[in-house]
Design a protein around this ligand. Structure first.
Ligand SMILES: C[S@@+](CC[C@H](N)C(=O)[O-])C[C@H]1O[C@@H](n2cnc3c(N)ncnc32)[C@H](O)[C@@H]1O
Length: 217
């Protein structure tokens, strides 16, 4: 066992953090697309979000090259936003090739270009750990969800039982630059009912389901 989880600090220079990550995504977007296609374990983790999506209106934030979009786009009114221009271009191309449609934009989770209460579900996979300011991101995510709306997240976190392998794997992601946070605690602070499940990687990959509760007043 490894003692209590050592969560990450938020980066001091948030703009520099985002821009550095964005350069890497631009450089590796083609390889990223290939990796998602050929790595069954990655697809297995992401696919576990699918049964929890509710329509009719769905927003995927940070969709990357659009693997999950291509799995559900025929079934909902789909919107998506991602910071990286190359990822957006690649996702558009992938959807077009699959004969599917979605309204995809380039933009930042911290300034979502949608009206309050627009979406029944918001989906984010393997990306919350890339956001440099959890509170600003969560404020925007909560704002665009309708009352009772669902936030469905797949991401890295420490295993609840503190097992060595899962903890080691989480620390490897952390060493690579991912910001590992106590996501269920953040979600509760932002007025969500939360269910957190470990779905892979010896407890290091979590599916977190959150329901937006009414504003307290
Ligand atoms: C590791 S990839 C995950 C892609 C995909 N969701 C998946 O699970 O394979 C992280 C994605 O987050 C996006 N991203 C990073 N910072 C962002 C921000 N501030 N706002 C929106 N998207 C962001 C990146 O452009 C990238 O496409």
């Amino acid at each position: 066992m490894n003692g209590p989880p050592q969560y990450s600090r938020e980066p001091a220079d948030k703009r520099a953090f985002t821009e550095a990550a964005d350069r890497q995504y631009s450089r590796w977007s083609g390889l990223y697309d290939l990796a998602v296609r050929i790595l069954p374990v990655w697809r297995r983790w992401l696919d576990q979000a699918l049964p929890h999506l509710h329509g009719p209106r769905l927003l995927e934030i940070s969709f990357g090259t659009g693997y999950l979009l291509s799995r559900y786009a025929g079934r909902y009114e789909c919107h998506g936003i991602d910071y990286n221009r190359e990822m957006v271009a690649m996702a558009r191309r992938n959807l077009r090739r699959a004969g599917l449609a979605a309204d995809l934009k380039q933009g930042d989770v911290e300034a979502l270009p949608y009206a309050d209460g627009t979406f029944d579900s918001v989906l984010i996979t393997m990306a919350f750990t890339a956001y440099p300011d959890a509170d600003r991101a969560m404020t925007e995510i909560r704002r665009v969800l309708c009352p009772g709306g669902r936030l469905v997240l797949v991401d890295v976190n420490f295993p609840v039982d503190g097992n060595r392998l899962g903890t080691w794997l989480t620390r490897r992601w952390q060493a690579g630059g991912d910001i590992i946070r106590d996501l269920p605690a953040i979600l509760r602070r932002f007025g969500f009912r939360v269910e957190d499940r470990e779905i892979g990687g010896w407890g290091s990959i979590h599916l977190t389901l959150a329901e937006k509760l009414p504003d307290p007043n």
